[in-house]
Design a protein around this ligand. Structure first.
Ligand code: PLP
Length: 397
């Protein structure tokens, strides 16, 4: 056979997947690996879908998504952010933010266009830019700067080929949040160079320190921002695969054109669930946020207490401590922690080069499991400190 696409071949498989393949074959693993709520979708949302199925609602929907859901999203954005989007042509319902990201990039990029991506970042950003024919331009951030991108670094990275900035706060994997001032500076750069801003705000509701600022609310951002948000994290609805994109009619129409030919529409059942969630599940979300916040305090304190310095995350459900004091690379740390103590965390290097020296610990799991994981990690770190280390089973990985 002739070889597969050069672009696809050039992209390494996700660094996270390898760990989950190992974890799935092991017993008694405490996993802080998965970036997915441990809650089940609230019952009234599932019930709304059952009723819809009983009514026989099993057909395709409009390519844009059901008008009711688009109207509800527009109303939500109006009420919570003071933003005005026309549900007829400024909102597209997508198959997760994952699809929204792919559509946004494919809609705006020509071959060779550059997209600036602050790192560490969600694993799919750079591959998606490449799949869309673009060139990702990573900008490193540091724990000392609270993993907030320095707008001056963005400005310095702009070239005549730059087409877009891909910004995401609260951040996966660091839990960093943005300040309004910082977003204002980013928007000023985008305006100066006439760049699109793709803003992935999937963790906006999971903000524990201060309040989240939606990118599109910044002066001068609305007309150039493709706002992506979804239901996976805030409503514990990962499997329903529903999200939305909001932006200018021409961009949304371009995204819809790709979506129309490749996806047709987002799943109807998911759209029914999302409509119920956005109109009736705000209290459920508040309850989940309270629990994430309590877990956040426990895990950050626990990690710092055992000597893994952890910057205080203000959002999402990840802690991103440094493991540099152990002398191990983040990969070595994770492999050995898994084999020797049955605890799964993700190496920071999976999220970009500057993530090296850190690990991502998801606290979207019960307090009991978090406490058990910390206990096992404490033993592991103490063992490393004593230098009393068995030859690593990691060689087997
Ligand atoms: N964006 C970020 C920052 C994420 O962390 C994730 C999932 O972990 C996604 C997007 C994908 O979300 P969805 O389930 O809506 O496709």
């Amino acid at each position: 056979m002739k070889p597969i696409s050069e672009v696809v071949k050039s992209i390494p498989a996700s660094g996270i997947r390898r760990f989950f393949d190992i974890v799935s074959q092991m017993k008694d693993v405490v996993s802080l690996g998965v970036g997915e709520p441990d809650f089940v979708t609230p019952w009234h949302i599932r019930e709304a879908v059952l009723a819809s199925l009983e009514r026989g609602e099993t057909s395709y929907t409009s390519n844009y998504g059901t008008l009711e859901l688009r109207q509800a999203v527009a109303e939500y954005l109006r009420k919570h952010e003071g933003l005005s989007y026309d549900p007829e042509n400024q909102i597209l319902i997508t198959v997760g933010v994952s699809e929204g990201m792919d559509l946004a990039l494919r809609a705006i990029l020509n071959p060779g266009d550059e997209v600036i991506v602050p790192e560490p970042c969600y694993v799919s950003y750079k591959p998606c830019v490449s799949f869309a024919g673009g060139v990702p331009v990573p900008i490193p951030t540091t724990a000392d700067a609270g993993f907030r991108v320095d707008p001056r670094d963005i400005a310095a990275a702009v070239t005549p080929k730059t087409k877009a900035l891909l910004i995401s706060y609260p951040s996966n994997p660091t839990g960093a949040t943005a300040t309004r001032e910082m977003l204002e500076e980013i928007v000023a750069i985008a305006r100066k160079h006439d760049l699109y801003i793709i803003s992935d705000e999937i963790y906006d509701r999971l903000t524990y320190i201060g309040t989240h600022t939606c990118m599109s609310t910044i002066d001068g951002a609305y007309e150039r921002t493709i706002l992506l948000n979804g239901f996976s994290k805030a409503y514990a609805m990962t499997g329903w695969r529903i999200a939305y994109a909001a932006g200018q009619p021409d961009v949304i129409e371009a995204m819809m054109k790709i979506h129309q030919y490749t996806m047709l529409c987002a799943p109807r059942m998911g759209q029914v669930a999302a409509l119920r969630a956005i109109t009736h599940a705000q209290e459920d979300t508040e309850r989940m946020i309270e629990q994430y916040n309590e877990r956040r305090r426990v895990i950050v304190k626990g990690l710092n207490d055992i000597g893994l310095h952890c910057f205080t995350p203000g959002g999402a459900f990840y802690a991103f401590p440094s493991v540099k004091s152990t002398g191990l690379t983040s990969d070595e740390f994770c492999e050995r922690l898994l084999w020797e103590e049955n605890v799964a965390v993700v190496p920071g290097s999976a999220f970009g080069e500057c993530g090296e020296g850190h690990i991502r610990c998801s606290y979207a799991t019960s307090l009991d499991k978090i406490e058990l994981a910390i206990e096992r990690m404490a033993g592991f770190v103490a063992k490393l400190k004593r230098g009393n280390v068995e030859p690593a089973d990691a060689a087997r990985v």
